[in-house]
Design a protein around this ligand. Structure first.
Ligand code: OSB
Ligand code: MG
Length: 369
């Protein structure tokens, strides 16, 4: 059992070390909402992965902060829960807003794991002590720059290279990279930039031996993905359009894809992420852990989740030092030769660098009953 006595919400602005261009825009900094749930002598940490504007999915930081303040935290503050599943159930009646609900649920898992003194991954049923990771590389100015940035990351040992693509920026860079690196595990991610009318262009990618094409079609679509999958040899991987285990079941049953990118916050937390993992396993479909340019808090959550067995393909949880000059946590989260060690110790295994967080905080609120 654990009691939630108080909550702290902090919003931190971090400059990104690289310019991250996707089909939906360019990012040069990250606004990171952090939640601390205080129990009796123990606390749990989580990070929100919604963004200032609803470009990836529909949730936003300002919307999530309002919901946390006005609805979700008042529902759980002062209460005692048997386990994180009971905490998840307390938020179960609320619809949508899964990233906001996930902040509460994920901090609850960390709090509970720290109370028990076990690593979060172990509590979730994971067994790995390190997890395989790749990198997600943004759209580059030209093909030569793309080949060059891929070379740097292949040399660092990353186990998979994912290139962001969009209409007009696909077969060119993919062909150039495949020619330079015939044997690497290569994927692309379109973040919903295509429609079924582009299926000819997408079928041209079949020539490059991609492990999968991630979310080519609309963020809320499964039916057109199923039609597209019938027209392609390359497996499709669903990201945006899977918000729950039910979505995963429907998508896999329809043949909308053969792989799922699991982002714990997108599906509402660890319990639902594990259900997505299990549903995919029942279809014989591998999953992998996606990323949202997380700070060390979200990154540590991702690493622990990735220790489950059906995380069978390398995730996006690359070294924190790629993203940040200074991270919000004290521990370094660094991959060596494409292997990310699971942070040791209870819970997510990382601690907040409180001075740094305070120096970068744009908002700080404490809530109690
Ligand atoms: O589609 O996976 C995505 C980042 C922000 C929003 C969506 C996505 C991404 C990434 C980055 O691909 C993965 C990472 O390095 O964290
Ligand atoms: Mg994606």
């Amino acid at each position: 059992m654990f009691k939630i006595e108080a909550a702290e919400v902090t919003l931190v602005r971090l400059p990104l070390k690289f310019r991250f261009e996707t089909s939906f825009g360019v990012q040069t900094e990250k606004l990171v909402p952090l939640l601390t749930l205080h129990g009796e002598g123990v606390s749990g940490l989580s990070e929100g992965t919604m963004e200032p504007a609803p470009m990836y999915r529909e949730e936003t930081i300002s919307g999530a902060l309002a919901l946390l303040r006005e609805v979700f935290l008042p529902r759980v503050l002062g209460r005692t829960f048997d386990n994180p599943q009971a905490l998840e159930a307390a938020l179960g009646p609320f619809r949508g807003n899964r990233m906001a609900r996930a902040m509460v649920e994920m901090a609850g898992w960390d709090l509970w794991a720290r109370t028990l003194g076990v690593p979060l991954g172990t509590l979730l049923g994971g067994t790995k002590t390190e997890v395989e990771v790749g990198v997600s590389l943004g759209i580059q100015p030209d093909e030569a720059a793309t080949v060059e940035i891929v070379r740097r990351h292949v040399e660092q040992g990353y186990r998979r290279i994912k290139l962001k693509v969009k209409p007009g920026w696909d077969v060119g860079p993919v062909g150039a990279v495949r020619e330079a690196f015939p044997d690497i595990r290569l994927t692309v991610d379109a973040n919903s930039a295509y429609t079924l009318a582009d299926s000819g262009r997408l079928a041209a990618l079949d020539a490059y031996d991609l492990t999968y094409i991630e979310q080519p079609l609309a963020w809320d679509d499964l039916v057109d993905h199923a039609e597209l999958q019938r027209r392609l040899r390359t497996p499709l991987c669903l990201d945006e359009s899977v918000a729950s285990a039910a979505d995963a079941r429907k998508g896999l049953a329809l043949g909308a894809g053969r792989v799922i990118n699991v982002k714990v916050a997108r599906v509402g937390g660890h319990a639902e992420a594990r259900r997505v993992h299990d549903v995919a396993a029942s279809f014989g479909a591998p999953v992998w852990c996606g990323g949202m340019l997380e700070s060390g808090v979200g990154r540590a959550h991702n690493i622990h989740l990735s220790t489950l067995p059906n995380f069978a393909l390398p995730g996006d949880t690359s070294s924190a030092s790629r993203y940040w000059e200074t991270d919000v946590v004290n521990e370094a989260l660094e991959a060596t030769n494409g292997l990310m060690p699971v942070p040791a110790g209870p819970g997510i295994g990382v601690t907040l660098n409180r001075d740094f967080v305070a120096s970068r905080a744009e908002l700080h609120e404490e809530l109690r009953t």
